[in-house]
Design a protein around this ligand. Structure first.
Ligand code: TYD
Length: 211
């Protein structure tokens, strides 16, 4: 049986990576084989593209170049990691995916959503996540958390607060437009509370009767 494809989305510092690890461990305890991955990146080729995207000056790429790099990386990731894992029955947990492109390059940078949707269709050949968990936190909280990490992958974190506000309302609009696929998780709860809500959401959406 084909595995399930779960994506985690959110702004900077939403707490996705901690929660992905918790969910992976919980699924593995149920005997499910799990592949944990991320975008941009997730495969050797796409990780090379990631370095181009997340490092350096904010103005290094314009929106269109940035988007084409993201989709080149996404196609390689889908072909070499995501599809093969799903086909062998593993569940794929991905830290960011196409909704980040809609939020950052679409709502944030103002690129045409129909152009983005067409590129996604071409690159994905119709594969959609089974479930998208959107971790919602206020922009100032997320940026403060992300700032504390002190890594050198901060090309996007350095953009103005107004950009991050657009991204948050973009994610919220994406969830409203795709209620079957997406669920909002309140990222302001305790780590344990969020872990519990995510497990309940995955259980009810993907493991209920008839699934
Ligand atoms: P990531 O390392 O996942 O950041 P975080 O730790 O905050 O989750 O992603 C790097 C940056 O890339 C992040 O600022 C968001 C941005 N990004 C896009 O702009 N578009 C995309 O399609 C993706 C996947 C990420």
């Amino acid at each position: 049986m084909r595995g399930r494809f779960i994506t985690f989305e959110g702004g900077e510092g939403a707490g996705k990576s901690t929660q992905i690890s918790f969910l992976a461990a919980a699924l593995e305890r149920l005997g499910i084989s799990v592949v944990q991955t991320r975008e941009p990146g997730g495969s050797p080729g796409a990780e090379e593209v990631r370095a181009l995207l997340v490092k350096g000056e904010a103005g290094r790429w314009d929106g269109i170049s940035e988007t084409l790099l993201l989709f080149a990386a996404r196609r390689n990731h889908l072909q070499t990691v995501i599809r093969p894992a799903l086909e062998r029955g593993a569940w794929v947990l991905c830290d960011r995916f196409n909704d980040s492109t809609l939020a950052y390059q679409g709502y944030g940078r103002g690129l045409d959503p129909d152009w983005l949707a067409g590129l996604y269709q071409a690159v994905s050949e119709g594969l959609e996540p089974d479930l998208t968990l959107y971790l919602d936190v206020p922009v100032e909280v997320g940026l403060a958390r992300a700032g504390r990490r002190g890594d050198d992958e901060n090309r996007f974190e350095g953009l103005a607060d107004a950009f991050h506000l657009k991204i948050r309302s973009g994610f919220q609009a994406i969830v409203r437009a795709n209620p079957q696929r997406c669920a909002t998780i309140d990222g302001m709860g305790s780590v344990d509370e969020i872990r519990r809500v995510i497990l309940e959401t995955v259980t009810s959406r993907l493991m209920g009767p008839g699934r």
